[in-house]
Design a protein around this ligand. Sequence first.
Ligand code: NAP
Ligand code: HSE
Length: 432
Amino acid sequence: MDKTVYIGLLGAGTVGSGVIEVLNKNASEIEARVGAPVKIKKVLVRDAKKVRDGLDKATVTDSFDDILNDKDISIVVEVMGGMNPAKDYMLRAFNAGKCVVTANKDVIAACGKELFDAAKKNSADLHFEASVGGGIPIITPLKQSLTANKITEIMGIVNGTTNYMLTKMTEVGADYDAVLKEAQEKGYAEANPSADVDGLDAARKAAILASLAFNTRISLDDVAVEGITKITPEDIAFARELGYVIKLLAVGKDIPSKGIDVRVHPVLLPASHPLSAVNGVFNAIFVRGNAIGEAMFYGPGAGSLPTASAVVADIIDTARDILYGAVGRIGCTCYNEKPLCPVEETESSYYVRLLVKDEPGALGNIATAFGKNGVSLKSVVQTTKAVKHKAEIVVITHLVKHKNILGTMELLNTLPVVDTIKNVIRVENEEC
Ligand code: NAP
Ligand code: HSE
């Protein structure tokens, strides 16, 4: 009996071509590991006439129905990207009794429940390892290897483009516009870089990670998001002086009696924190669990072969489940309905950089504004600016609610002594 597991591949772009390459070059190992050959039977693309290296022309189609109606195909691998038709194709694949592997963070973050419900209804597998962290194993660790733990915190650098930009700004003191241009020239940032620099790509990944870590459904809309567009070389230099580096982090915390706190924003991270050493386009995810303690997963967050490594691992997992009659074995793990902690109630330390009039009593007035809002100061640094009669003040606060910082900024904005609030950035430190 032919036990070959056949795949319908949706997309033959960066990731799809990597999947084809890995399945071809590691075919014998994969067959040995699965117990049967794993082969691509059809490949869906937009432009079926385009010549593509490494792709058998006979397998190429521009009609999803060719894959849907092919009874031999048991796994649909979606690496097209975007919301629709990708989501529609995945739902139709489940309804046709096929399993699905996807790298699509957009669909998982926005419609994860709908997909899992369809997978369950049809007793099918749904795997999405490549949707966060590219080649880094993090979804399977959260769903399986760390499942003995109660996870209290997950924190990650999950966007390579912005990490590359912040690393360059830190290493060579370049400004935001210059590093964005360089990231675009290297092909990391898109011509429209918004999804990366405004934090939306990271927010989708944060929603997926928090759903898995805390076993409760978190959608993109639940994530408080801030990008890196306001970070300046001055902030990076002050951070360094104070012993921190600036990173764009996806943060998820399960706060007892408050709920789930999920956000994406730049933070000042102590230079000694393991995530501070993650540079360039690399990604890393730091997990705190009540059995393992601290663990960190590090590696390439994107790219053809690294991402294909995660997609093909999911294909192998699915093929094993099919051959052992165990499809649908690990379904949705969101069995809780935990409340969200409103962003105003979340707690952090803060870095506040102000340009103020250099006159007697200025510092006193500013300290009073923080005090009136219940914000306790940890350190204050003052430098005289090149700007005439102005001084620059950098304040680091103790742990404080976000609403108290918002109140402080509102009050500072009314003080004649304050010229400009230059930046307000959260600080991740020992107190948090
Ligand atoms: P890509 O290079 O743009 O490739 C997309 C492929 O899908 C192309 O082959 C395209 O066909 C096909 N396609 C798109 N829309 C289609 C439609 N409506 N009908 C038929 N075919 C269609 O994208 P990618 O970078 O490989 O990304 C794919 C997915 O992986 C996305 O969800 C992305 O977020 C995720 N991902 C990517 C990376 C990465 O490093 N690139 C890392 C992690 C996750 P044509 O070739 O004919 O245009
Ligand atoms: N645009 C993403 C990044 C890669 O820069 O990390 C795909 O998830």
